[in-house]
Design a protein around this ligand. Sequence first.
Ligand code: FA5
Ligand code: MG
Length: 426
Amino acid sequence: LNKTYSTALKSVTTVQVNGKEYRADDYTNITPKITSYINRNLHLKKDNPLSLVRQRIVNYFYASFTHGGNPVFSVYDNLSPIVSTRQNFDDLLIPEDHPSRAKSDCYYINASVLLRAHMTAHQSELLRSGLDNFLMIGDVYRRDEIDSTHFPVFHQVDAVRLQRKEHLFVNHPDLNIFEPNYDPTNPHTFTNSISDPSKQSCHTLEATKLMEGQLKNHLIGMVKVLFGENIKYRWVDAYFPFTHPSWELEIYYENNWMEVLGCGIMRNEILANAGPTNSIAYAFGLGLERLAMALYKIPDIRLMWSTDDGFLSQFQDRDVNASIEYKPVSIYPHCTNDLSFWLPPTLTIDTFMSNDFYDLVRDIGGDVIEQVKLKDKFIHPKSKKHSLCYSIVYRHLERTLTQAEVNKVHEDIAAATVKAFNVAIR
Ligand code: FA5
Ligand code: MG
């Protein structure tokens, strides 16, 4: 892939990602910078804090569910992040017009292939292959704002636990997973509804409540293993197209409620499409970065990507359960430069795609970009021309940047902005 940006991409007919060539189209918005994060596999690097948290979560799941002394859960942590829109959306009942499919939110290789936006993208294919208890761990990609807790690549742990009637109701063989009017051998003759907030219409309340209890217990157990017995938490009702009912778990951490994960009872249509009948399943997905930042007091999400020994050595050769507090090697000063421009007549302050701009800034500036924030919007009273002003915060994590260095990057960003969006610098 050549150095190209969304508007310039129209001239590119193919893109190379991970050694494979793909047809490009008007959905293509993956950038060379983003492509460079594929295969970094931070979650598998022994000294990376994300890997320590991953191991603790996997160990917890291995220990919680055993059969004849063997772990019941299997772990998939090396699945390719290049997925189809079917895997990322359709298989999960995400509607055609759902905002999460927008070009402004995902990195598309073309209209039918993208970098997965969540690990749930692999749920259906793994169910189809016959698995019933599994964890999916890896890097996910989302176009987002830029600050100390957001990065366009982060890591998730997703899980599915499927239970058959005999296992769920060991002590109550008289109870059922499904309502009498649902026939598991003929699932597609039943229109499943989620209009009742407490359950899906195909499931019995007993099965739903029992699964909910197990799901919540297992997840509370996990945060207690990570943060200690006394961690304060709360459940918040949530909505996901692929689960019902759904919840989010928040923990009280350093005077704030922090969202840790989303979860719920899997929509029965997904199971019916993928194979298993006669069972009910729960699923969850959590972000490793937030947990690692909280556990190890890591102040900036970009540090996860550091290859600097001053960072990695603090996590090297440590017991995975060791309590580690990250000590900043030193804090280097930041430097803020503003960029103001007039939009071309074809764009307004409301239609300008800020995520396209953020990607461009990160592409040119690389990892010295700490934050980009909209500072001012302005419509000229006479000419009616629209203008935007962004503040770009520059900081190197491992040394002091000189003003000359920052100015050079800033000028390059300005020039690329003019070229990509046809704006006029003020
Ligand atoms: C999802 O991605 C769902 N796939 C989760 C799920 C799986 C729900 C299975 C139900 C069943 P969400 O976008 O909320 O949901 O992300 C899940 C978790 O990823 C969040 O709770 C958070 O811990 C983490 N996360 C999400 N966005 C970011 C981000 N920009 N930076 C860091 N972590 C994030
Ligand atoms: Mg969420």
